[in-house]
Design a protein. Sequence first.
Length: 396
Amino acid sequence: MNLSERITNLHESQTLAMARKSRELKAQGIQVINLSLGEPDFNTPDFIKEAAKRAIDENYSHYSPVSGYADLREVISKKFARDNGLTYSPDEIVVSTGAKQSLINVVMCLVNPGDEVIILAPYWVSYTAMVQLAGGIPVFVSAGVEQDYKPTAEQIERAITPRTKLLLFSTPCNPTGSVFTYDELSALADVLRLHPHVFAISDEIYEHIIFDEKHISLASFEGMRDRVITVNGLSKGFAMTGWRIGFIGAPREIAQACDKYQGQYTSGTCTISQRAAIAALEADPSEISYMKDAFLRRRDIVLDLLGKIPGFKVNVPKGAFYVFPDVSELLGKRFGDLVIRNTEDLCMYFLNQAHVSLVTGDAFGAEKCIRISYAASETDLIEAIARIHQAVNNLT
Ligand code: PLP
């Protein structure tokens, strides 16, 4: 088939590939515990579902404005002020089909072919593909487990060139759960002030799933509001992955560009989801904190159990629902004739022998790590980690 170079060169999302393999095993009747997925295992809270039902009855069944209903953008504007100390007027807000579309809108509107985009690694899988789709050149700045997977402002500054257009990162971070502190973001803002040609996307989709730190927005630092695009959405904190609501707060010109781009791509996102989003964002964040509390309990269970597995160097995630152990000590080990050459072999080994599905770190730009999602029941987590532990003990 004579497909375009664009799609031929595009990598399939590896998280989805792993999920497909585990479905195949399940179809054979094998009990696979899936710790590979990036979504809360909770249902959407009832008060949000009720708002959606009302929207159907009230016939919200026509096209909405491309950037979302005005009253939804008003609510988002208030949310930015309430939770993040950010002032974005409704015309500086664009609502999209998930944060994923928010991100690609911005990348497509800012990045020209040949522009460099600094991506902090480990990074969320789709960042690289998005930059490549725009013809940009991804430039990775990495940090390992010893740095809590957070590159320093100095490291980032060293990667900036006259061709750098954009910096892209998430806090709390998928896949590591790391959270940038006030001081770290302040140092980053200092660097960005010295390089006025660089924009930044701060992906804050995990804002409400944060444990020992306070969530800070890069845009809240002096001089950053005109350079930083704040991406957020309802998928993770509100357990609404399927509803497809993401949004940006951005300088007006960038918001207008995203509106124009989205207008030719998808138009406004689902009207029912937009009405539900108003209810979600008007509610006090304490309404949804029971999910965060559950994630925290699970994190502590998982950390305790993983800490006992030889060869797992485990970070302490401060947010999101992932832990990202460095397993370099296990590479080169054997199970019979099988040699574990890399984390792909290791994840395949865990899938085949322990029937636990995880994701390799190289999907996230960290080839010595694996990602474990703890968006699963405590029973499943305990069982899965016991199986992983046993599988590691069986390596020689
Ligand atoms: N950003 C990060 C860091 C994510 O982990 C995800 C989802 O996995 C997204 C954005 C996309 O979120 P959405 O489902 O709203 O498109």
